[in-house]
Design a protein around this ligand. Structure first.
Ligand SMILES: [Zn+2]
Length: 378
């Protein structure tokens, strides 16, 4: 424990440990009589005490506020205060052995005392208050914050080129054009469905984007805690065997490991946890990628399975997928080198059908992800 000066006091509850949710901000805007935000400064003046003056088994409400990330408001004259976190509030008063929640439910904490300047409560009472302020349902919900669509190739990199003689004429299909067309259609569908999410493209015209740039773009998407980015790379296939045809989806193989969390990001003393955390995260990303891949393959099979064979799900550490720190799949729409499939891929109607199938798979993945808290609940 440390002794705090007035400047620390004003800073601790509000600036460095508490980011008010909209609900809390709304709660704070409501007038609450004498318990006003400005009272924190006064609290600072009267609760500056060296640690030695406090009982060993007691918890200072200041520490409780810091530990729970709650804002502390204090009325020095009436000796009452409130801890606010999210939509939850705990009102307490010196000399009263219980606290009241915002729903007026009393919680028995044992004697709340003021010893010189420090307001303390018994450790057991403090943990009761803490578990009220930090309930599981109050944690930020897991959500997909962004969907990054990555049309392969572009500009000076055409990708696969399929040249076919069709009757008297000919058809030349460039992968970069087909995948951009399909990706733009997918983007339109997703952007209309999710106005609250970032729906992004690594390129939206015929420009060259390096693989490194695609990965950096995906990794640069700013997301908050418990927010995922879904990465979908769109390609068309090629084979020396011009009879090869069909669609397939690739995902990151589970044996591939990379550093998702660095030691800088964990608390001091917990560095040994880094490999364990990374393994857990890696498995989560792999599982999510596999689920998404399964969904896309099934949706494509329903949509075009009678026109194009289902080649299933494949594992590969493709550069783009491998480096993106997020659930990621790579979709091969079909073979530009197959005459029949090239004709399909040259059709806007067919590309729209593919885009709608991929869209529906992403939509159900997002729905499952968000309703199961990132698949942590079934
Ligand atoms: Zn490609």
């Amino acid at each position: 424990m440390r002794s705090l000066d007035g400047a620390d006091m004003a800073r601790v509850p509000y600036a460095s440990h508490y980011s008010p949710s909209p609900a809390a901000q709304a709660a704070r805007r409501r007038p609450r009589g004498v318990v006003a935000t400005v009272a924190v400064a006064a609290f600072a003046a009267c609760v500056v005490l060296p640690a030695s003056a406090q009982d060993a088994g007691a918890t200072n409400v200041l520490d409780l506020a810091v530990r729970t990330g709650a804002a502390l408001e204090w009325h020095p004259l009436r000796e009452l205060g409130v801890l606010v976190r999210g939509g939850r509030q705990v009102h307490f008063r010196v000399g009263t052995p219980w606290v009241l929640t915002e729903a007026h439910v009393p919680l028995y904490t044992g004697a709340i005392t003021r010893d010189g300047g420090a307001v303390t409560l018994p450790a057991a009472g403090a943990s009761l208050v803490s578990s009220y302020l930090l309930p599981e349902p109050d944690l930020p919900r897991r959500r997909v914050a962004a969907i990054m669509i990555d049309p392969g190739h572009g500009g000076r990199d055409p990708g696969t080129i399929g040249s076919h003689r069709i009757g008297e004429g000919s058809l030349t299909l460039q992968e970069k054009e087909v995948v951009l067309d399909a990706s733009l259609r997918l983007h339109r569908l997703l952007a209309a469905r999710y106005p609250d999410k970032q729906v992004l493209l690594t390129r939206d015209d015929d420009t060259y984007v390096s693989l490194g740039d695609r990965v950096s773009q995906a990794n640069a998407v700013a997301t908050g805690e418990h927010e995922a980015v879904v990465f979908v790379s769109v390609h068309a296939n090629a084979s020396l065997d011009r009879r090869s045809r069909g669609f397939e989806v690739w995902y990151l193989p589970p044996e591939f490991r990379r550093t998702l969390i660095t030691e800088d990001e964990v608390e001091e003393g917990s560095e040994a946890l880094v490999p364990i955390l990374n393994t857990m995260l890696e498995e989560e990303y792999t599982r999510e990628s596999v689920m998404l891949a399964r969904g896309v393959v099934a949706a494509l099979d329903r949509a075009v399975g009678d026109l194009s064979p289902n080649r299933g799900i494949r594992e590969e550490s493709w550069f783009v997928v491998r480096n993106a720190e997020m659930p990621a799949v790579l979709i091969e729409l079909g073979f530009a080198t197959n005459r029949d499939e090239a004709q399909l891929l040259a059709s806007g109607v067919y590309l729209q059908t593919l885009a709608e199938a991929i869209y529906s798979a992403i939509e159900s993945f997002v729905g499952m992800y968000e309703s199961s808290e990132g698949f942590t609940r079934t």
